[in-house]
Write a protein that binds this ligand. Structure first.
Ligand code: ZN
Ligand code: ZN
Length: 366
Protein backbone atom coordinates (compact mmCIF):
# COMPACT_ATOMS: atom_id res chain seq x y z
CA UNK A 1 0.00 0.00 0.00
CA UNK A 2 2.62 2.43 1.17
CA UNK A 3 4.80 1.73 -1.83
CA UNK A 4 2.00 2.46 -4.26
CA UNK A 5 1.21 5.71 -2.57
CA UNK A 6 4.83 6.72 -2.60
CA UNK A 7 5.28 5.76 -6.23
CA UNK A 8 2.79 8.39 -7.34
CA UNK A 9 4.10 10.98 -4.91
CA UNK A 10 3.88 14.41 -6.40
CA UNK A 11 6.77 16.74 -6.78
CA UNK A 12 7.02 19.00 -3.72
CA UNK A 13 7.33 22.18 -5.82
CA UNK A 14 4.25 21.17 -7.74
CA UNK A 15 2.39 20.51 -4.47
CA UNK A 16 3.07 24.05 -3.28
CA UNK A 17 2.65 25.51 -6.74
CA UNK A 18 6.03 27.24 -6.76
CA UNK A 19 8.97 27.14 -9.14
CA UNK A 20 12.26 25.40 -8.45
CA UNK A 21 13.81 28.80 -7.93
CA UNK A 22 11.27 29.93 -5.36
CA UNK A 23 12.70 31.90 -2.44
CA UNK A 24 12.07 30.73 1.14
CA UNK A 25 9.60 33.64 1.40
CA UNK A 26 7.67 32.41 -1.70
CA UNK A 27 7.50 28.92 -0.24
CA UNK A 28 6.24 30.16 3.10
CA UNK A 29 3.56 32.30 1.44
CA UNK A 30 2.41 29.49 -0.82
CA UNK A 31 2.26 27.14 2.13
CA UNK A 32 0.18 29.52 4.28
CA UNK A 33 -2.29 30.10 1.53
CA UNK A 34 -2.69 26.40 0.72
CA UNK A 35 -2.76 25.30 4.35
CA UNK A 36 -5.64 27.67 5.04
CA UNK A 37 -7.47 26.60 1.95
CA UNK A 38 -7.17 22.92 2.67
CA UNK A 39 -7.38 23.02 6.43
CA UNK A 40 -9.85 20.21 7.25
CA UNK A 41 -11.73 22.50 9.65
CA UNK A 42 -12.70 24.72 6.77
CA UNK A 43 -12.60 22.39 3.86
CA UNK A 44 -14.78 19.34 4.29
CA UNK A 45 -14.33 18.02 0.78
CA UNK A 46 -13.17 14.46 0.38
CA UNK A 47 -9.43 14.16 0.36
CA UNK A 48 -8.78 17.56 1.89
CA UNK A 49 -7.08 15.97 4.91
CA UNK A 50 -4.81 14.01 2.56
CA UNK A 51 -4.10 17.13 0.56
CA UNK A 52 -3.35 19.02 3.74
CA UNK A 53 -0.83 16.38 4.79
CA UNK A 54 0.77 16.52 1.40
CA UNK A 55 1.13 20.29 1.70
CA UNK A 56 2.67 19.97 5.15
CA UNK A 57 5.06 17.35 3.91
CA UNK A 58 6.20 19.48 0.98
CA UNK A 59 6.66 22.48 3.25
CA UNK A 60 8.55 20.44 5.81
CA UNK A 61 11.15 19.63 3.18
CA UNK A 62 11.27 22.78 1.09
CA UNK A 63 11.40 25.15 4.07
CA UNK A 64 14.56 23.49 5.35
CA UNK A 65 17.64 24.41 3.36
CA UNK A 66 19.42 21.13 3.95
CA UNK A 67 16.40 18.98 3.17
CA UNK A 68 15.58 21.08 0.13
CA UNK A 69 19.12 20.63 -1.25
CA UNK A 70 18.90 16.90 -0.75
CA UNK A 71 15.50 16.83 -2.38
CA UNK A 72 16.74 18.86 -5.37
CA UNK A 73 19.56 16.39 -5.90
CA UNK A 74 17.91 13.05 -5.16
CA UNK A 75 14.18 13.63 -5.34
CA UNK A 76 11.91 11.69 -3.01
CA UNK A 77 14.56 9.09 -2.32
CA UNK A 78 16.30 11.60 -0.10
CA UNK A 79 19.96 11.27 0.91
CA UNK A 80 20.54 8.30 -1.33
CA UNK A 81 18.26 6.35 0.97
CA UNK A 82 17.26 3.06 -0.57
CA UNK A 83 14.01 3.20 1.25
CA UNK A 84 11.41 4.72 -1.00
CA UNK A 85 8.69 3.66 1.37
CA UNK A 86 9.78 5.81 4.28
CA UNK A 87 11.09 9.26 4.89
CA UNK A 88 14.33 8.04 6.37
CA UNK A 89 16.23 10.16 3.89
CA UNK A 90 14.83 13.31 5.37
CA UNK A 91 15.02 12.12 8.93
CA UNK A 92 11.48 12.67 10.07
CA UNK A 93 8.91 10.30 11.41
CA UNK A 94 5.92 10.59 9.17
CA UNK A 95 3.34 13.30 9.52
CA UNK A 96 1.21 12.09 12.34
CA UNK A 97 3.07 14.29 14.80
CA UNK A 98 2.87 17.48 12.84
CA UNK A 99 -0.70 16.86 11.91
CA UNK A 100 -1.88 16.05 15.41
CA UNK A 101 0.01 18.84 17.09
CA UNK A 102 -1.57 21.21 14.64
CA UNK A 103 -5.12 20.31 15.48
CA UNK A 104 -4.97 19.25 19.05
CA UNK A 105 -7.14 16.37 20.16
CA UNK A 106 -10.16 15.92 17.97
CA UNK A 107 -13.35 17.22 19.49
CA UNK A 108 -15.14 14.31 17.87
CA UNK A 109 -13.32 11.70 19.90
CA UNK A 110 -14.30 13.12 23.26
CA UNK A 111 -18.00 13.50 22.76
CA UNK A 112 -18.58 10.41 20.63
CA UNK A 113 -20.07 7.20 21.98
CA UNK A 114 -17.49 4.67 23.07
CA UNK A 115 -17.93 0.94 23.68
CA UNK A 116 -17.72 -0.28 27.27
CA UNK A 117 -14.73 -2.18 28.63
CA UNK A 118 -14.22 -5.87 27.99
CA UNK A 119 -14.25 -8.20 30.96
CA UNK A 120 -11.85 -11.12 31.21
CA UNK A 121 -12.71 -14.07 33.38
CA UNK A 122 -11.42 -17.59 33.95
CA UNK A 123 -13.35 -20.73 34.57
CA UNK A 124 -12.07 -24.10 35.71
CA UNK A 125 -13.30 -27.13 33.77
CA UNK A 126 -12.64 -30.78 34.50
CA UNK A 127 -10.93 -32.81 31.80
CA UNK A 128 -14.25 -34.47 30.92
CA UNK A 129 -16.20 -31.19 30.87
CA UNK A 130 -13.72 -29.77 28.36
CA UNK A 131 -13.54 -32.95 26.29
CA UNK A 132 -17.27 -33.59 26.13
CA UNK A 133 -18.57 -30.02 26.36
CA UNK A 134 -20.69 -28.53 29.13
CA UNK A 135 -22.90 -25.64 30.11
CA UNK A 136 -22.02 -23.52 33.12
CA UNK A 137 -23.57 -20.57 34.82
CA UNK A 138 -21.01 -17.80 35.12
CA UNK A 139 -21.40 -14.73 37.31
CA UNK A 140 -20.01 -11.54 35.85
CA UNK A 141 -19.44 -8.43 37.88
CA UNK A 142 -20.00 -5.68 35.36
CA UNK A 143 -20.73 -1.99 35.06
CA UNK A 144 -24.28 -1.19 33.95
CA UNK A 145 -26.45 1.91 33.72
CA UNK A 146 -27.62 3.11 37.12
CA UNK A 147 -31.02 1.62 37.86
CA UNK A 148 -32.25 4.81 39.53
CA UNK A 149 -31.39 7.41 36.88
CA UNK A 150 -31.07 5.00 33.92
CA UNK A 151 -27.69 6.48 33.10
CA UNK A 152 -28.91 10.07 32.91
CA UNK A 153 -26.79 10.92 36.01
CA UNK A 154 -29.49 13.26 37.21
CA UNK A 155 -31.73 12.61 40.24
CA UNK A 156 -35.14 11.58 38.90
CA UNK A 157 -37.53 14.55 39.04
CA UNK A 158 -34.74 17.13 39.29
CA UNK A 159 -33.92 19.62 36.59
CA UNK A 160 -31.19 19.68 34.05
CA UNK A 161 -30.54 22.88 32.20
CA UNK A 162 -28.97 23.65 28.91
CA UNK A 163 -25.26 24.43 29.23
CA UNK A 164 -24.88 28.22 28.88
CA UNK A 165 -21.30 27.99 27.68
CA UNK A 166 -21.96 25.92 24.57
CA UNK A 167 -25.69 26.54 24.37
CA UNK A 168 -26.35 22.81 24.52
CA UNK A 169 -24.10 21.90 21.62
CA UNK A 170 -21.39 20.26 23.71
CA UNK A 171 -18.67 21.97 21.72
CA UNK A 172 -17.18 25.40 21.62
CA UNK A 173 -15.00 27.19 19.09
CA UNK A 174 -11.49 28.17 20.02
CA UNK A 175 -9.39 30.46 17.90
CA UNK A 176 -5.82 29.30 17.86
CA UNK A 177 -2.81 31.26 16.81
CA UNK A 178 -0.16 29.04 15.28
CA UNK A 179 2.94 29.27 13.20
CA UNK A 180 0.79 28.86 10.15
CA UNK A 181 -1.79 31.48 10.94
CA UNK A 182 -5.08 31.65 12.82
CA UNK A 183 -7.26 28.60 12.94
CA UNK A 184 -10.57 27.92 14.51
CA UNK A 185 -10.66 24.72 16.45
CA UNK A 186 -13.79 23.04 17.70
CA UNK A 187 -13.22 21.63 21.18
CA UNK A 188 -15.31 19.82 23.76
CA UNK A 189 -17.10 22.26 26.02
CA UNK A 190 -15.13 22.38 29.28
CA UNK A 191 -18.14 23.32 31.38
CA UNK A 192 -20.44 20.41 30.51
CA UNK A 193 -17.75 18.00 29.22
CA UNK A 194 -19.58 17.70 25.92
CA UNK A 195 -22.96 16.79 27.41
CA UNK A 196 -24.63 20.05 26.44
CA UNK A 197 -26.50 20.13 29.74
CA UNK A 198 -25.82 20.90 33.36
CA UNK A 199 -27.09 18.53 36.00
CA UNK A 200 -28.54 20.42 38.93
CA UNK A 201 -28.94 17.50 41.29
CA UNK A 202 -26.82 14.41 40.67
CA UNK A 203 -28.49 11.01 41.10
CA UNK A 204 -28.35 9.95 44.74
CA UNK A 205 -27.73 6.31 43.89
CA UNK A 206 -24.75 6.61 41.54
CA UNK A 207 -23.66 10.07 42.77
CA UNK A 208 -23.92 11.35 39.22
CA UNK A 209 -21.78 8.75 37.48
CA UNK A 210 -24.79 7.20 35.72
CA UNK A 211 -23.37 3.74 36.37
CA UNK A 212 -23.32 1.00 38.94
CA UNK A 213 -21.74 -2.41 39.35
CA UNK A 214 -24.00 -5.37 39.29
CA UNK A 215 -23.64 -9.14 39.35
CA UNK A 216 -25.01 -10.76 36.28
CA UNK A 217 -25.40 -14.48 35.58
CA UNK A 218 -25.08 -15.96 32.12
CA UNK A 219 -25.29 -19.53 30.92
CA UNK A 220 -22.18 -20.28 28.93
CA UNK A 221 -21.89 -23.18 26.58
CA UNK A 222 -18.39 -24.67 26.44
CA UNK A 223 -18.16 -26.74 23.26
CA UNK A 224 -16.74 -30.28 23.29
CA UNK A 225 -13.02 -30.12 22.55
CA UNK A 226 -12.28 -26.79 24.22
CA UNK A 227 -8.70 -26.82 25.47
CA UNK A 228 -6.77 -25.21 28.26
CA UNK A 229 -6.30 -21.50 27.44
CA UNK A 230 -9.10 -21.32 24.84
CA UNK A 231 -11.50 -18.43 25.41
CA UNK A 232 -15.20 -18.01 24.76
CA UNK A 233 -16.43 -14.58 23.73
CA UNK A 234 -19.80 -13.32 24.95
CA UNK A 235 -20.52 -10.41 22.67
CA UNK A 236 -22.10 -7.41 24.36
CA UNK A 237 -22.02 -8.87 27.89
CA UNK A 238 -19.27 -6.55 29.14
CA UNK A 239 -19.41 -3.10 30.72
CA UNK A 240 -21.95 -0.55 29.49
CA UNK A 241 -20.64 1.87 26.86
CA UNK A 242 -19.99 5.60 27.22
CA UNK A 243 -22.57 8.03 25.90
CA UNK A 244 -24.78 5.37 24.40
CA UNK A 245 -21.93 3.26 23.00
CA UNK A 246 -22.33 -0.52 22.89
CA UNK A 247 -21.46 -2.85 25.76
CA UNK A 248 -17.99 -4.39 25.78
CA UNK A 249 -17.49 -8.14 25.45
CA UNK A 250 -16.76 -10.83 28.00
CA UNK A 251 -13.93 -13.27 27.36
CA UNK A 252 -13.94 -16.43 29.42
CA UNK A 253 -10.74 -18.43 29.37
CA UNK A 254 -10.95 -22.14 30.15
CA UNK A 255 -8.54 -23.65 32.64
CA UNK A 256 -8.72 -27.39 32.19
CA UNK A 257 -7.74 -29.57 35.14
CA UNK A 258 -5.49 -32.55 34.56
CA UNK A 259 -7.08 -36.00 34.60
CA UNK A 260 -6.24 -38.91 36.87
CA UNK A 261 -5.64 -41.27 33.92
CA UNK A 262 -5.78 -39.32 30.70
CA UNK A 263 -3.45 -36.88 29.01
CA UNK A 264 -4.51 -34.79 26.08
CA UNK A 265 -2.47 -34.23 22.94
CA UNK A 266 -4.35 -32.27 20.35
CA UNK A 267 -7.59 -34.20 20.06
CA UNK A 268 -6.07 -37.55 21.04
CA UNK A 269 -6.26 -38.92 24.56
CA UNK A 270 -3.28 -40.82 25.93
CA UNK A 271 -3.64 -43.54 28.51
CA UNK A 272 -0.77 -45.47 30.09
CA UNK A 273 -1.39 -49.17 30.69
CA UNK A 274 0.90 -51.41 32.71
CA UNK A 275 0.77 -55.19 32.45
CA UNK A 276 3.10 -57.88 33.74
CA UNK A 277 5.22 -59.86 31.34
CA UNK A 278 3.23 -63.06 31.67
CA UNK A 279 0.29 -61.09 30.26
CA UNK A 280 2.53 -59.66 27.57
CA UNK A 281 3.95 -63.03 26.64
CA UNK A 282 0.67 -64.93 26.63
CA UNK A 283 -1.62 -62.15 25.45
CA UNK A 284 -4.65 -60.93 27.38
CA UNK A 285 -7.84 -58.91 27.27
CA UNK A 286 -8.00 -55.91 29.59
CA UNK A 287 -10.71 -53.39 30.48
CA UNK A 288 -9.52 -49.86 29.99
CA UNK A 289 -11.30 -46.58 30.77
CA UNK A 290 -12.19 -44.21 27.92
CA UNK A 291 -14.02 -40.90 27.93
CA UNK A 292 -17.09 -42.79 26.79
CA UNK A 293 -17.04 -45.70 29.26
CA UNK A 294 -14.92 -48.83 29.69
CA UNK A 295 -13.68 -50.72 26.64
CA UNK A 296 -12.05 -54.13 26.21
CA UNK A 297 -8.53 -53.97 24.80
CA UNK A 298 -7.00 -57.09 23.28
CA UNK A 299 -3.27 -57.36 23.89
CA UNK A 300 -1.89 -60.05 21.55
CA UNK A 301 0.65 -62.58 22.76
CA UNK A 302 4.26 -61.46 22.44
CA UNK A 303 3.53 -57.76 22.83
CA UNK A 304 6.60 -55.64 23.65
CA UNK A 305 6.78 -52.87 26.20
CA UNK A 306 6.37 -49.50 24.50
CA UNK A 307 3.74 -50.72 22.04
CA UNK A 308 1.01 -48.13 21.40
CA UNK A 309 -2.53 -49.33 20.71
CA UNK A 310 -4.97 -47.06 18.98
CA UNK A 311 -8.61 -47.16 20.05
CA UNK A 312 -10.29 -45.42 17.13
CA UNK A 313 -12.60 -42.43 17.71
CA UNK A 314 -12.43 -42.55 21.49
CA UNK A 315 -10.58 -39.24 21.65
CA UNK A 316 -11.92 -35.70 21.79
CA UNK A 317 -14.33 -34.17 19.30
CA UNK A 318 -12.50 -31.76 17.01
CA UNK A 319 -13.43 -28.13 17.65
CA UNK A 320 -14.99 -26.45 14.63
CA UNK A 321 -14.37 -29.53 12.51
CA UNK A 322 -16.00 -32.89 12.16
CA UNK A 323 -14.74 -36.17 13.55
CA UNK A 324 -12.81 -36.87 16.66
CA UNK A 325 -9.42 -37.99 17.86
CA UNK A 326 -8.38 -41.43 19.09
CA UNK A 327 -7.39 -42.88 22.40
CA UNK A 328 -3.80 -44.04 22.39
CA UNK A 329 -2.88 -46.74 24.89
CA UNK A 330 0.81 -46.71 25.76
CA UNK A 331 1.71 -50.15 27.00
CA UNK A 332 4.42 -50.77 29.58
CA UNK A 333 5.45 -54.25 30.57
CA UNK A 334 6.49 -54.35 34.23
CA UNK A 335 9.15 -56.59 35.67
CA UNK A 336 7.90 -58.04 38.98
CA UNK A 337 9.81 -56.62 41.94
CA UNK A 338 8.80 -59.18 44.54
CA UNK A 339 8.38 -62.88 43.88
CA UNK A 340 6.90 -65.59 46.08
CA UNK A 341 8.96 -68.69 46.58
CA UNK A 342 6.79 -70.52 44.07
CA UNK A 343 7.01 -67.77 41.48
CA UNK A 344 10.76 -67.72 41.86
CA UNK A 345 10.87 -71.45 41.14
CA UNK A 346 8.71 -70.99 38.06
CA UNK A 347 10.92 -68.21 36.77
CA UNK A 348 14.00 -70.42 37.23
CA UNK A 349 12.35 -73.16 35.21
CA UNK A 350 11.41 -70.58 32.63
CA UNK A 351 14.95 -69.32 32.49
CA UNK A 352 16.34 -72.78 31.87
CA UNK A 353 13.79 -73.41 29.19
CA UNK A 354 14.99 -70.35 27.31
CA UNK A 355 18.74 -70.35 26.87
CA UNK A 356 20.10 -71.56 30.19
CA UNK A 357 20.83 -68.12 31.55
CA UNK A 358 22.98 -66.84 28.68
CA UNK A 359 22.31 -63.25 27.67
CA UNK A 360 20.09 -62.73 24.71
CA UNK A 361 22.20 -62.27 21.58
CA UNK A 362 22.81 -58.77 20.44
CA UNK A 363 20.73 -58.05 17.44
CA UNK A 364 22.32 -55.98 14.75
CA UNK A 365 20.31 -52.99 13.71
CA UNK A 366 20.29 -52.29 10.00
ZN1 ZN B 1 -27.94 7.15 38.96
ZN1 ZN C 1 -21.36 23.04 27.49
Amino acid sequence: MEKIRMAVKRDYYEVLGVSKNATPEDIKKAFRRLAKEHHPDRNHEDGSAERFKEINEAYEVLSDEGKRNTYDRFGHAGNGAQDFGGFGGFGFNGFGDIFDAFFGASAEAETAARPGSDIHARVTLTFEEAALGCEKEITINRVVSCSRCHGSRSEPGSNTSRCPECDGRGRVQRVQQSLFGRFTNIVTCPRCAGEGRIIEQPCSECRGSGKERRQHSVKVNFPAGIDNGNAIRLTGEGDVGEKGGPHGNVYITAEVQPHKYFRREGFDVHYDLEINFAQAALGCEIEIPTLYGDEKLKVPSGTQSGTVFKVKNKGIRRLQRSGQGDQLVNLRVLTPEKLTREQKKLFEQLLNSFNGGQPIKRKAKH
